[in-house]
Structure formats: C-alpha cells, structure tokens
Design a protein around this ligand. Structure first.
Ligand SMILES: [Zn+2]
Length: 346
C-alpha cells in the first residue's frame, strides 16, 4: 500500500472548462498548462496536489428566466448552447493536443487507469445541463462519438428533459416535477450509449424517476448529506440509501454553502467539514459509495484548502479522522474508477 501522502485523487466534478471559456483570456489553454494565478485548477497545481484527473464539466450559463402565462418558469430557448458546448469541448481537446501527453481525454475506465499510471491528467468529458441537445438527441450521439462519457441532464434550472433543483436553504430537494417524456428517452439513450448519468442538480422527483428507469449505478458527482447541511442541492438519507442499493457513488462537494450546517457562503470553513460529510455518508451507506466531487472552479471552497494544490491537506484531515490508507484510496480515486468501469466499461 502506498504512503497516504502520495495517494492520487480522481475527482468527480470541476468547472475548469467553464472558467477557461469566460471572455477576456488571450490563451486559456496555455494558462492551464503553464500555471496561472486565478481559479482552482491548472496543470502545475494539479500535479502539486496529486489531482490525477476528473470529470471536466461543460456548463452553459443561464439565460434570463421568465414566467409563462401560468406564472411557471419555463425553459427558454438557448440558441448558443450548442456552439458554447462545442467551444468548451474544443478547449479540452486543445489542452490534450498541446500538453505533450500531460493531459488525456479518457473514454473508458481502462484509459483513466493507464493515464494515471503514466502521470497524465485523466479527463472525462462531462456536460452539466444539456441545453445543447434537442429532444431528437442527435447532438447527444455526435457528442458521444467525440468523447462525451458523462452528463447531468440539468443544471439547477428546467430544460426540456427535467427540472433542476433550485438553490435554496434550508429546503428539501423535492421542488418541482419529474422527468419529461424527452427526459425518459434521454435516460434510455444514456444507458444504451454507456454515458454516466449525474444526479447532482436533479430535483427529487427527477431523481426517483431516474432511479426507476436507469439500469446504471446512481451517481451524484458533487452533492453532500442533507442531514448535515439542509441545502436543496444535498441528498436526503433515502436518496443516499438508493445510491447504495445500486452500487452507486456520491462525490463530496467542497463548496462551503453545501457543507455548513448554517448554509452560509463563508470561506472560513475548516477542511474538517468536508471530512464530516465523508464520515456521515460512509457510516450510512458504506465507504465504497463515497468519493470526491470538488466543484473546483465552480464554487467557493474553504480557504484552508485554497485550490487543487491543497488536496494533501484534505488527505491529511481524513487520516487524522482515522481513515487508513486503504479507505483513503477508496475515497480519493478507487470508488470513482469502479463506478466508471461499471458504467462506461473497461
Ligand atoms: Zn454543479
């Protein structure tokens, strides 16, 4: 067993592509590869912190929501969503192409393992909210051919497939209706294509619709325990139990507003609050169902963690709480690799 300090992290969610896509950057790809001041992840800081890879999300920002004649907020058309999605996917492929082998876009669990062994950053292309895809799913099939291996049908807003859970505190995740008919077709298509379905940002009715329909393990890539932090984005004990029953996984989100009992966005939050959620979920459903889902570059994380280079401080905090090397390896990367292997194939 390797020493605890050198256990690599494979992480379930980052928003580095969305950060790189924000306007005003002359060479975001070069900045990622060489290192930069802002944000949470670049290649030098990933290496310094033992971040060996993860799910890299494409996120299309929200249009202004307007109520319809019944006062319901409906999904507006997002004509630029497909082009924005293409642009962020291209950023990842450019990263791979310009990295001299230091970044690899992976399409299977075996590719992730080989990339991690070779010291390359193993990226899985993920989409968080698929406004780019119409009900005919044409773009889904093409994106899969291009390398897409994971998607959340919704971000925290409605679209033609499902209803995302809005950010509320304190609040139950049971807000809004379940999957649409197009959403059910989408789930069947993802099962057929072996695309991971991410339940983070799904409202509770949608969660249960997917639990009933999908034949894949249930995965929430970046969500926490609702009992410890009653945010609408977190998972109830019943949801946690359903994830366990399918051999699924919860990736623990480092965002302070999803960690804290008071739901306050306070960066002066100890790293130990991340460990609290690992402990709670491991105690409830077993350590094989807990991973990490940092939300780096997408949320406010504890100042003590700072960015990807701070991951060894989280590993040390897990060790201080009594996790041995085997348990830490499970949480840090092994459980993610296992669920990806069973979903994407080896
Ligand atoms: Zn998210």
């Amino acid at each position: 067993m390797m020493p605890v300090s050198s256990i690599p992290v494979f992480d379930g969610h980052n928003d580095v592509l969305a950060r790189m896509y924000r306007p005003g950057q002359a060479d975001a790809v070069g900045g990622f590869l060489a290192g930069e001041d802002g944000g949470h992840i670049d290649l030098p800081r990933a290496r310094a912190g033992g971040l060996a890879g993860g799910l890299c999300a494409i996120y299309v920002s929200s249009p202004t929501m307007r109520p319809d004649e019944n006062g319901d907020f409906v999904a507006p058309a997002q004509p630029d969503a497909l082009n924005d999605t293409m642009a962020m996917a291209r950023l990842l492929f450019d990263l791979e192409a310009r990295s001299n082998g230091a970044v690899k876009v992976c399409r299977s669990a075996g590719e992730i393992r080989r990339s991690m062994d070779a010291g390359a950053f193993a990226a899985i292309l993920h989409i968080e909210g698929i406004e780019a895809v119409r009900a005919d799913l044409d773009a889904l099939y093409v994106l899969h051919q291009a390398g897409l291996r994971s998607l959340g049908p919704v971000w925290s807003r409605p679209n033609i497939f499902a209803h995302g859970v809005p950010f509320r505190f304190p609040a139950s995740p049971d807000i809004g209706p379940g999957l649409t008919e197009a959403g059910k077709d989408l789930i069947r298509a993802c099962n057929g294509l072996k695309i991971l379905i991410d339940l983070s940002h799904m409202n509770e009715k949608g969660f249960w619709d997917i639990a009933a329909l999908s034949d894949a393990p249930l995965v929430a890539s970046h969500s926490n325990a609702h009992t410890l932090c009653p945010h609408s984005r977190n998972l109830t004990d019943r949801q946690l139990d359903a994830i366990r029953d399918t051999g699924g996984l919860v990736g623990i989100n480092f965002g302070v507003l999803f960690l804290r009992e008071d739901g306050v966005k306070n960066p002066q939050t100890p790293i130990e609050r991340i460990v609290d959620h690992v402990v709670y979920i491991a105690d409830r459903i077993g350590i094989d169902h807990v991973g990490l889902g940092s939300d780096f570059d997408g949320t406010t994380v504890p100042d003590d963690l700072k960015d990807a280079s701070g991951l060894p401080r989280l590993i040390a905090a897990l060790e201080a709480r009594g996790f041995d090397a085997d348990a830490i390896a499970s949480v840090a990367h092994r459980n993610w690799l296992s669920v990806l292997e069973r979903t994407l194939g080896s």
